[in-house]
Design a protein around this ligand. Sequence first.
Ligand SMILES: [Zn+2]
Length: 316
Amino acid sequence: MAAGEYPRTLPEFDAWFATEDDCRQYLVKLRWPAGFRCPRCSSTKAWPTKRGLMHCKGCGHQTSITSGTIFHRTRSPLRLWLQAMWWVTTQKNGASALGLQRILGLGSYETAWTWLHKLRRAMVRPGRDRLSGEVEVDETFVGGVEKGGGRRHIGKKALVAVAAEIRGTAIGRIRLQCVRDSSARSLLPFIQQAVAPGTVVVTDGLPTYVGVGDIGYVHRRKVVQGSGQEADALLPRVHRVVSLLKRWLLGTHQGGVERAHLPYYLDEFTFRFNRRASRHRGLLSYRLMQQALAVDPVPYGRLIGRSDAPPDLGAP
Ligand SMILES: [Zn+2]
């Protein structure tokens, strides 16, 4: 098995990852695609130990295979983690904590929930490419029950900024992010993070977006008023993404998503959406494993805390 290869079916998965040792060997290849090299003596001769370390044959130095990744200090078998990743990515509509708990026989719902959130965190690739070409940008409310206040009003719902690449009549990649409000201070930084400079950015007539042309983009405004068109028709791609997102939150998660955790769900939705054309579900699982080895560990305290929630999201 060479680096870059991954199991395509469940029987293949079971054969590849039959033992903890298989899993360790695979993670070593994923983490050091060019081959392991001892950080102390540069020797390439090393073997994985049962404790998840690479033991250098040259100097005896031991390097952790999982430090700095979502597997950092895990007490669970790596095999269980890989099974979790396979299961999460092969479910067409995503996974619930209850489903994960059942399928893996995890001891508690809390464990399953924590695992899912760690995996969601790994779904956002550090340093990922920004959207380009032509991109529609809009914002929408997610969750809660709408009670007046109009479209831009922040009540009990969370405001989510949406960017979607225009690919002919289709949608390319997307980015989603919780934002504090619909001010320029909230939405312009979202565009800068999500969209490459020089891109054509298509928005509606909201005054917030007036500055888009001043921060390095080609701004194309579509104004609802007097155009004779509904808002949905002006920015059809973002509206399609939003309706799929809402359906997914209601369906897979029964709408039971706390706003403090919404950023994680947005990451999972984005991960799935941007890879919807992948020929093999196994490839999704592979990408997730790759990214799981590339992110910082997330202590449980931070997962259940509100540190990832946009500030003042719940404030009246
Ligand atoms: Zn060494």
